[in-house]
Design a protein around this ligand. Structure first.
Ligand code: ZN
Length: 455
């Protein structure tokens, strides 16, 4: 047997130090290192070795509540699962579902992590790992199960929830290529041939699938040069979701300034096939306004009459949502020069208590944008009085005191659009649908998809 004097210095190091050194090795090097000597393996590989916590915290957001033993298993599971080549072309295989579950755990931790509000660690390691993983898959480039093959089963709520949580990455060319028109059903996107608005949230349950179709529509039209629609306008905005480093905000409160787009289609397509071919007015120049982003400024206003019964009959508040906050605000076209057109906004938002697809932090937001008929809805404020909507917009004055609530929808407004949407976990993106409130119930009622993000 060799004496201590014959051994290299490293054999005499205390276990803690060996573990510390080993924690700097890559997974492959750690494996080789352990194979060189039984003693090293015995020091670094057991689940109570500090190597696992060090390696875990180097790669992922630190989660205090895990014991070291769990961290070893969690670390090794993630390393293995995330390195798999994954595809949902043939639906959700068992392997695919496991992959989704690992992403779900990491998103949950990221939501908790930013909740700690550490000013020195604003971005989340988990989200960085997810982004790296995504780069090596087509998860966001073909963001639907089956890739257009309708015989493949519908995506699970877990699949949809994770897709939606990663919306900011899906607009980034670093992580995604433009998806195909096959990755969304344009009839769902527009609620084609619906006589009445179909709610996106029913009894606290979010219609994740429709939201994903809407998201994929925007993904395609924001990123594909084969669609001559929103791409140039979107690229022209500096504050875009694909430029974010911190997609999940620490506090889940209502953001007050939003940018976004809505899409319409004119004339209303007679058949679904027509809609499939021409997906938006934004490509024909007939509705140039659609090419311009909208900005919406909101201000909390506790008056429940911001959503009077007349509107509640069309877009009802959700009885299952525990709290509700009302707001008012203004909407205008977003451009570098001060845009004159300005509409008024009233609505509410309600956090959704239940997790969706296993992930918490969703909220519902509903509002109208409108141009009041001042012969009927009189205005009293100094700023608003005697001024047209256009003047109010350019002077950026406060919300007017006006006769409210309206007694009818037909005569009180020159224009009134309703919107129902869902704010995704992280609080920075809303997806949903708009409709022309005055035409609700008519077969050719204007309606379509909307997206807005925190700016
Ligand atoms: Zn149009």
């Amino acid at each position: 047997m060799a004496t201590m004097a014959n051994q290299s210095q490293i054999f005499r190091l205390p276990t803690e130090l060996v573990q510390h050194i080993a924690s700097f090795l890559s997974d492959d090097d750690l494996c080789s290192f352990s194979r060189t000597c039984v003693s090293f393996a015995a020091q670094v590989l057991p689940s109570n070795s500090s190597v696992w916590r060090s390696k875990f915290e180097d790669q992922y957001d630190s989660v205090q509540h895990h014991a070291s033993e769990e961290l070893k298993i969690e670390y090794q599971t993630r390393s293995f699962v995330l390195s798999q080549a994954i595809s949902f072309r043939h639906g959700e295989t068992e392997q695919g579902y496991l992959w989704l579950e690992v992403l779900q755990t990491m998103i949950l931790e990221a939501l908790l992590y930013t909740g700690r509000e550490d000013p020195f660690q604003p971005s989340s390691k988990n989200l960085e790992r997810i982004a790296e993983t995504i780069q090596h898959t087509d998860f966001l480039s073909r963001p639907m199960t089956g890739y257009g093959d309708e015989t493949v089963s519908q995506p699970s709520r877990l699949f949809c929830a994770i897709q939606l949580c990663l919306t900011h990455l899906s607009f980034s060319t670093n992580y995604s290529r433009p998806c195909s028109r096959d990755d969304y059903n344009i009839e769902y996107v527009y609620s084609y041939a619906s006589l009445f608005h179909v709610p996106l949230v029913v009894q606290g349950k979010v219609d994740l699938k429709t939201l994903l179709h809407i998201r994929n529509f925007w993904q395609r039209h924001f990123t594909s040069s084969r669609e001559d629609t929103f791409l140039k306008s979107y690229q022209g905005i500096s504050e875009r979701p694909d430029t974010w480093t911190c997609p999940f905000e620490p506090r889940n409160t209502l953001k007050t300034f939003w940018l976004g787009y809505y899409s319409c289609i004119h004339p209303y397509p007679g058949t679904a096939k027509d809609l499939e071919i021409s997906q938006t007015c934004a490509d024909v120049g007939a509705h140039t306004a659609e090419l311009c982003a909208n900005s919406i400024s909101l201000e909390i206003d506790g008056n429940a009459q911001n959503w009077p019964q007349l509107l509640n009959e069309i877009i009802p508040t959700c009885a299952d949502c525990p709290t509700r906050h009302f707001f008012h605000g203004t909407q205008k076209f977003y451009s570098t020069i001060d845009s004159p057109a300005c509409y008024l906004v009233r609505g509410f938002f309600e956090p959704i208590g239940e997790p969706q697809g296993g992930i918490p932090g969703w909220a519902r937001i509903c509002f109208i944008t409108y141009d009041p008929n001042r012969d009927i809805l009189g205005a009293f404020s100094q700023e608003g009085d005697g001024q047209t909507i256009e003047q109010r917009g350019s002077t950026n004055s406060s919300f007017p005191d006006e006769d409210w609530p309206p007694s009818d929808l037909e005569w009180s407004f020159h224009y009134i659009h309703g919107f129902e949407g869902v704010i995704l976990p992280g609080g920075r993106i809303m997806l949903g649908q708009w409709l022309d409130i005055k035409e609700e119930g008519a077969l050719d009622c204007d309606r379509g998809p909307v997206i807005c993000w925190d700016a």
